[in-house]
Every structure is written in C-alpha cells, then in structure tokens.
Design a protein around this ligand. Structure first.
Ligand code: 1HN
Length: 367
C-alpha cells in the first residue's frame, strides 16, 4: 500500500460479496465464551471484519465545522470565569463528536484548541512529550518563549513548540490574543507516552533565531550561526508565507494547487515529526479538488471565505467557512475548496497526519 500502489498491489480489491460472513460471538456456547473471558482470551473471527473492513477503513472522525464567531464569545467568557492562574492554559478544545462528546480529539491523531491570553497574562513554562504548533488567529502583542527564543505572535504566524522544548506564553499588548493550538496529543496519549514537566520563568536568549533562516534555500554557513538543534526554525511569519504563496501562484498553472509546506530548513523534511503543516492559496474564484488521501486533515481559514464540499456525492456536506473558521475532514474523503471571492485570494492553513502515515507506511493517495 505505497503511495503509488493501490491496496492489494496489482489485484483489484475484493468485491464485498466475496467477503463471507464470519461466525458471531452469539454462535458460540455461553460457557465457552465465559471460560475465554475468565482467561482474558477473545476469539478474533467475530471482530475480524470490523477490524479490517473491505476496501475502506472505518473512521470515527466526522466532518465538523467550528465557526470562530461561535467560539470567540465563549472563549472571552472563559477569560472572565477562569483566571489564567487557575487554567494554566485557557483553552476551548475543538472536540470531534465522532470521538465522543468530551473527546480531546479532532481526528485520531490531531488535537485542536483555541487558546486565549489576555493583556498582562503569563502562561507558565513547561515542556511535554506531545508536539504542538500555534497558528495565531487574532490580536497582537503576545509572545511565546520557546527554548529561550522569544517569538512574537502575529496573525497567521506559525510557531512550533516541538516535543521536549520549554515554552511559556506572555502578552504585552492591550487586547485579547487568540491562537489555534494543534498537537499530536491523541496519538502520544494513546501510546501512553504523554506527560509534562513544569518549569519557572525561562531565560530569554538575545537575538532572533528566526532571522538565521529568513529566506528559503539559504541557511547559515557551518560555523556562522548554523543551528544544530533538531528544530532550527521555530517561527514561520505569515508575512513570509503569504509572500511565498503569491510568488508561487505566478509560477503555477491556473487551476493547479498553490500550496507550500512548512519544513525544517536544515533537512527539508516536514517541520515536525508526526503532523504536517501547509499554507494553501486559492486564487479569486478558484475551485480546487484535493486528492483523496489516507490522512485526516484540518483546514483553518487565515484570510477570506471558502466553501468546502466534503464527502462522496451521496453524503456530501457543504461548509461555508468564514475567516478564522476551522473544519476537520476524515481520511479517505474527497474535498473540494472554493474561494467565494472573485476579487481577493483566500488563504488556508492546513494541518494533516501525512508525516505520521508516511512513517508508518500506510500513506495512500486514491485516484
Ligand atoms: C499545551 O502545553 C499548550 O503550552 C496548549 O500552550 C494546549 C493541550 C494539551 C496539552 C498541552 C500550551 C495544550 C498543551
């Protein structure tokens, strides 16, 4: 099941009729089932079809649209109800009901939360095993200190806080700041490897490390500021990503996708290990059909208004996404994005599970 090969290699997938019904638990004598249970044993065959359904995996992840106009007042209310000292991180989690009403999951591997920091507040330093990124949604004047790098947070900026790195948030501005947190927490928690360590206030190193990697294709020469850390670049300013998308659009055939991936400038690999991050531009009036792929994905509108048609024709849903809205799309699901404006480009931040799928060898593109 490589990216270039459909499941089953050269063979067509078996027709559902060829999937014979298997024996059920109810077909077995009750005393036999009871003795299995006593010995912590389970027969496979009653569950085999559910574990390995024909042709297409079962997915709990549902299509969900979170409108920012609905989140914002509730988040500001959280700011009145719960002081930062009582919350540490003041977040409303975007919980996909397919994973349960109180789930902390947007998809099987992706956690999403909207975080509020009010002027003068400080969210103390800690580090943890899950990887996180922040996509700044609203407000100016906040900063995140990651490993001594004090990174300003402006609308559309992507800030990395990879696994194990100390991070704290502060706010020197005068209006609320909101950002979207994207973590691989559901997977790291499932693996029983999720934990954190508390720290105090973190020292700030002088200089702005991000300026060492200010332009793609140019990295500091060895011995002249080259970063040997696993994560040399921690802030990807929106002004740079937006300019790069506009330049790429000039070199891209009309109708083709204008999309950039956030990568590690030293290795060219995805910026973090498990989740992938991209910026997508839709030209004025452009409609873009995305390839059907195995990873679940999240779309967050940075600028503009986008109609998202999601799902196969019989079960298609249309979401009307406004600026700062977020939606999630299960894997193996067709999606078409359309820029509602005929005059302005629209810009979308995409997070997906592709690096993880590639590492696991389960990444698939279906045509
Ligand atoms: C976390 O550390 C932050 O540092 C935000 O801002 C959300 C959700 C789960 C676990 C850790 C943060 C988080 C989180």
């Amino acid at each position: 099941m490589s990216e270039h090969e459909p499941p089953g290699g050269a063979l067509p997938p078996p027709a559902p009729a060829e999937c014979a019904a298997l024996g059920r638990l109810e077909d077995l004598p009750a005393d036999y089932v009871a003795s299995l249970r006593e010995r912590h044993l389970v027969p496979l065959w009653p569950s085999l079809r559910a574990l390995l359904p024909p042709d297409l995996p079962a997915r709990r992840t549902r299509v969900v649209h979170w409108a920012y106009t609905q989140i914002r007042p509730l988040l500001l209310r959280a700011g009145e109800l719960t002081p930062i000292a009582k919350a540490e991180r003041r977040v409303l989690v975007l919980a996909n009901p397919g994973h349960g009403p109180d789930s902390m999951q947007a998809s099987s591997a992706i956690y999403l939360g909207m975080q509020l920091l009010l002027p003068g507040e400080w969210a103390p330093s800690h580090r943890h095993t899950p990887n996180a990124v922040r996509m700044v949604v609203e407000g100016e004047g906040a900063w995140t200190n990651v490993s001594g790098q004090k990174l300003p947070m402006s609308r559309g900026d992507l800030i990395l806080t990879p696994t194990g790195l100390w991070h704290e948030h502060g706010h020197d501005g005068d209006a609320p700041v909101v950002w979207l947190d994207v973590l691989d927490l559901p997977l790291v928690h499932y693996l029983e490897t999720s934990y954190h360590v508390d720290g105090g206030r973190q020292p700030v190193e002088p200089g702005a490390a991000e300026r060492r990697y200010a332009r793609g294709g140019l990295v500091p020469s060895p011995g002249f500021g080259r970063r040997h850390e696993a994560y040399p670049m921690l802030r990807y300013p929106w002004s740079e990503a937006r300019a790069a998308l506009l330049a790429l659009a000039d070199e891209t055939a009309v109708g083709d996708a204008v999309q950039l991936e956030y990568v590690n400038p030293e290795t060219g690999a995805a910026a973090q290990n498990l989740l992938g991050f991209h910026a997508l531009m839709l030209r004025p009036g452009q409609t873009l059909t995305l390839p059907v792929r195995s990873p679940a994905a999240v779309f967050h509108v940075i600028e503009g208004g986008v109609d998202a048609r999601i799902g196969a024709s019989a079960a298609e849903q249309t979401l009307s996404l406004a600026e700062a809205d977020t939606c999630c799309v299960p894997g193996y699901t067709p999606a078409t994005l359309a820029n509602r404006s005929r005059r302005e480009a629209a810009f979308v931040f995409v997070a997906d599970e592709a690096p993880l799928h590639r590492k696991l060898g389960v990444h698939e593109v279906r045509t």
